[in-house]
Write a protein that binds this ligand. Structure first.
Ligand code: GDP
Length: 410
């Protein structure tokens, strides 16, 4: 079956973090830069857009896996919110099953803390490609190299720095773009929306080269062509480095790392760029497998809108007073008014409406396709973990929460 182009445009991404590392702030800034919300709520006032349950707002922590769709550089990013609190590991697990890539947020002062370790290892179980954002570089005591070391020691992560901090604490001014060997200064008056690239002086070049050489060495270890050029001292083109970075990030061999401060609006757009450049589309990960409910034999459909429907419910949300069933489609397509077969419950029911959820509004869709994450209205029976398919072509996707590695990249 021919690959469908639209699939390359999709990024189903989750942000994982230890509580307080700044996941909510980063999510908000991301929404702000993609212009889906125009006024930022402050987290401590309980008005952050991703946390929309009143209960959550009171407690000031993120406990549900909401999904928000945004657009960046012509790519559709579905941002799936994963809870950071250790009590909600099963919810994290569920969210991890439907996302293809992860942004891990670490605090520039605290580094890798126990809860991030847990979630990181969960994501490793599913071989989910990751990038890391080292946040709070503006805080007193922030130490980028310390966080890198803790990533290596506690997570066994083969990090490669693509943006290093330019100063830290009160002196935090921007980031060094390690790939382009430039420094980037974000315009604070403009809430970081505009920025400038500046040339490096010799001292800065030495500092940036340290990260760049480490990155090239790590890529050379994995890639023969880069190895030869690196050893011979030849120039390696940016495009070749970026291609290798994408390839080895998707294989889980390296983790690109960026520095910034969500609170100060420094380094947010580079995170969006890295999501688009280095994290997978649904086509880059193996299809989720299931079984034939009758024969119990393994079964899966191609990642294509033309294949029979297979979809997984990963969250049931009641926050608008109406039941919305958050669903990831793995194959096939869905239209409003269509009858679907709930394979888990062995019952048929009708999808009334289909929505794409944005930060502050719902967009009605005429159809949903493989690879997409949508909210379905009208399904009275559907529960978290259920498989939706067609009665003629049933498939039971693996139950979520079972903790079985199903995604593997050769
Ligand atoms: P979450 O629990 O991971 O969602 O973390 P929040 O986004 O709620 O942030 C926790 C606290 O850290 C809040 O008081 C934020 O204002 C603050 N914070 C978030 N990002 C930064 C940052 O880049 N620098 C500083 N100094 N504080 C931050």
């Amino acid at each position: 079956m021919k690959k469908e182009k639209y699939l390359e445009q999709i990024r189903n991404i989750g942000i994982i973090a230890h509580i307080d590392a700044g996941k909510t702030t980063l999510s908000e800034r991301i929404l702000f830069y993609t212009q889906k919300i125009h006024r930022m709520g402050e987290v401590h006032e309980g008005t952050a857009t991703m946390d929309y349950l009143p209960q959550e707002q009171e407690r000031g922590i993120t406990i549900v896996s909401a999904c928000t769709t945004l657009e960046w550089k012509k790519k559709i990013i579905n941002l799936i919110d994963t809870p950071g609190h250790v009590d909600f590991t099963i919810e994290v697990e569920r969210a991890l099953r439907v996302l293809d890539g992860v942004v891990a947020v670490f605090c520039g002062v605290g580094g890798v803390e126990p809860q991030s370790e847990t979630v990181w290892h969960q994501s490793e179980t599913y071989n989910i490609p990751k990038i890391a954002f080292i946040n709070k570089m503006d805080r007193l005591g922030a130490n980028f190299d310390f966080v890198l070391e803790s990533m290596r020691d506690k997570l066994n992560a083969n990090y490669v720095v693509i943006q290093a901090p330019w100063g830290s604490g009160e002196e935090f001014k921007g980031v060094f773009d390690v790939l382009q060997q430039k420094k980037v200064v974000f315009n604070v008056q403009d809430q970081g929306r505009s920025f400038e690239y500046l040339e490096l002086n010799s001292e800065e070049k030495e500092y940036v080269d340290r990260y760049r050489n480490d990155l090239l060495e790590k890529l050379a270890d994995l890639d023969d062509s880069i190895m030869i050029k690196y050893v011979e001292g030849e120039d390696i083109e940016l495009a070749e480095i970026k291609n290798a970075l994408r390839k080895f990030t998707l294989k889980g061999k390296v983790v690109p790392v960026l520095a910034g401060s969500a609170l100060k609006n420094i380094g947010i757009q580079p995170v969006l760029d890295a999501i688009v450049d280095f994290l997978p589309s649904p086509l880059d990960v193996p299809q989720l497998e299931g079984i034939d409910p009758k024969t119990k034999e393994k079964k899966s459909f191609p990642i294509s809108a033309k294949a029979p429907l297979s979809a997984l419910v990963f969250k049931v949300s009641m926050e608008t007073g109406r039941k919305l069933v958050l669903t990831r489609l793995y194959s096939g397509e869905l239209k409003p008014g269509q009858n679907i077969y709930n394979v888990t419950q062995k019952k048929q029911e009708r999808v009334a409406r289909i929505f794409r959820l944005h930060a502050n509004h719902k967009e009605k869709l005429e159809r949903a396709k493989a690879g997409e994450i949508v909210a379905l209205a009208g399904l009275k029976l559907a529960r978290t973990g259920d498989t939706l398919a067609l009665a003629e072509e049933p498939i039971l996707l693996e139950k979520i929460g079972e903790y079985k590695p199903v995604i593997s990249i050769a």
